[in-house]
Design a protein around this ligand. Structure first.
Ligand code: PLP
Length: 458
């Protein structure tokens, strides 16, 4: 049973990430108690399909005994080993090597972090170090994409382009710049793929020109913008942007924190996009959320410059929990699961998910359906012609999430009426169908909401 005392304790003491503190105090916490496969069970016994894999991270699904065993074994043998003082542990070394083998091109070097935000943060430090090492210390300006998300660290959150992460925090810094998103459904240049790519290329060129070409350090992009509303760029967008960065002599960082580890089909989206970035950041699926871990992949040319530049001195960047052996042991086991079964299943389930969500297009509220693999979104509008978003008074983020919950489904409901999907790759056909059927119920109930009805076109 839900325990009132637990709700009270939460209210009194636990600060939730990215939450309205006052709103949360009023509503109280929903406590999750257990999970298996793609199903989560709350403390009152309600079972739900987790259509969002926690926070787009439990790619392998819940309850894999082999992952639990790998972690337990490692905790017994060696629960902690620092990477400082020239020390290390076998699972961390093996995981770095297995990952480097599978990473695009010359991304041969891996720096482990605790999650995605500190992975992004680390790239900013490494990039500054690299340019200083190259004798170009004036390259201290960074560019990212509107609607992009690059974490919640002090500097990384300034590359993030979502207003809630800036307001009240005094960021972004003046060295952090943005270009418009490729957001096809609402792009001023229309939805023609080549026009969108050309507009992004022109915007990046113009931004670099504006800042001063000799001052730009790097450009950051997600293969699919996740937290901005699952915005899928046209095929070829990443490749074109990567090539332009090369031409302009600026570094390219692919932030694969969401897209990595089978989320879009292959192990890394960069493979599908046919690019080799200078840096790649990952987290989430790296350990499938069982324990925290992220990583920075660094191109060999960057690594060699940094190493030469430091010489005998230390490169002063690292964490107590860098390359944590328990996380690494989990990472190794999860990687095996992806390659033995989950990538294949995820590709099949992803095709079924996309087809299922496409079938919702006949619903009066569905303006757009987009996605790749097991990463998708349905964008709701009250007027399909004018693409009018749901009115704010319909409180899409809270009320659509609640309706889904009541229908036994966890999805992400964005404030602008976008529904986000990122189910575990282990989903069965019945679970995928369940996600789609339950979504249709949520849409029907949303259509009955007076706040939505009042905004509908005749
Ligand atoms: N980068 C991207 C693209 C993300 O989606 C996220 C988190 O969702 C992060 C970075 C930050 O990762 P974390 O929440 O593990 O710090």
């Amino acid at each position: 049973m839900y325990s009132n005392s637990l709700i009270e304790l939460d209210r009194a003491h636990l600060i939730h990430p990215v939450a309205s503190y006052r709103g949360h105090e009023k509503l109280g916490v929903r406590v999750l108690a257990s999970a298996k496969g793609a199903t989560v069970t709350d403390a009152s016994g309600r079972q739900l399909i987790d259509g969002f894999a926690g926070l787009w991270c439990v790619n392998a699904g819940y309850g894999h005994e082999s992952i639990v065993e790998a972690a337990t074994r490692q905790m017994r043998e060696l629960p902690y080993a620092t990477g400082y003082f020239g020390l290390g542990s076998e699972p961390a070394i093996r995981l770095a090597s297995e990952l480097a083998e599978r990473a695009p091109g010359n991304l041969d070097h891996v720096f482990f972090t605790l999650g995605g935000s500190d992975a992004v943060d680390s790239t900013i430090r490494f990039i500054r170090y690299y340019w200083i090492g190259r004798g170009e210390p004036q390259r201290d300006q960074f560019i990212s994409v509107e609607q992009g998300y690059h974490g919640s660290s002090t500097v990384g959150a300034g590359l993030t382009a979502l207003p809630a992460f800036h307001a009240g925090f005094g960021i972004p810094f003046d060295w952090q710049h943005k270009i418009p998103s490729h957001y096809a459904y609402r792009n001023p240049v229309g939805d023609d793929p080549q026009a969108i790519i050309d507009a992004s290329l022109a915007a990046l060129r113009q931004k670099v020109e504006e800042i001063g070409p000799e001052r730009v350090a790097a450009f950051y992009a997600e293969p699919i913008q996740g937290s901005g509303g699952v915005l899928v760029p046209p095929k070829g967008w990443m490749k074109a942007m990567r090539q332009l960065c090369q031409e302009l002599g600026i570094l390219f960082v692919a932030d694969e924190v969401i897209t990595g580890f089978g989320r879009t089909g292959p192990l890394f989206a960069c493979h599908e996009d046919e690019i080799v970035p200078d840096f790649m950041t990952v987290a989430k699926g790296l350990t499938s959320g069982y324990v925290p871990m992220g990583a920075v992949f660094m191109g060999d040319h960057i690594y060699q410059t940094i190493a030469d530049s430091a010489g005998a001195g230390a490169v002063g960047h690292g964490y107590t929990y860098s390359a944590h052996p328990v996380s690494a042991a989990v990472g190794l086991e999860v990687l095996k699961l992806y390659e033995n079964e989950l990538l294949d299943n995820g590709r099949k389930a992803g095709a079924r998910l996309m087809a299922g969500l496409e079938s919702l297009k006949d619903h009066p509220l569905v303006g757009d359906v987009r996605g790749r693999g097991m990463l998708a979104a349905v964008e709701l509008v009250v007027d399909k012609e004018k693409k009018t978003p749901l009115p704010a008074k319909a409180e899409p983020a809270r009320r659509i999430f609640d309706r889904a919950w009541e229908n036994g489904l966890v999805i992400r409901a964005f404030a602008n009426g976008v529904l986000g999907y990122a189910p575990p790759l282990c989903c069965t056909e019945a679970e995928i169908d369940g996600i789609v059927e339950r979504t249709r119920k949520v849409l029907d109930e949303t259509l009955e909401d007076p706040a939505v009805r009042s905004g509908l076109s005749d």
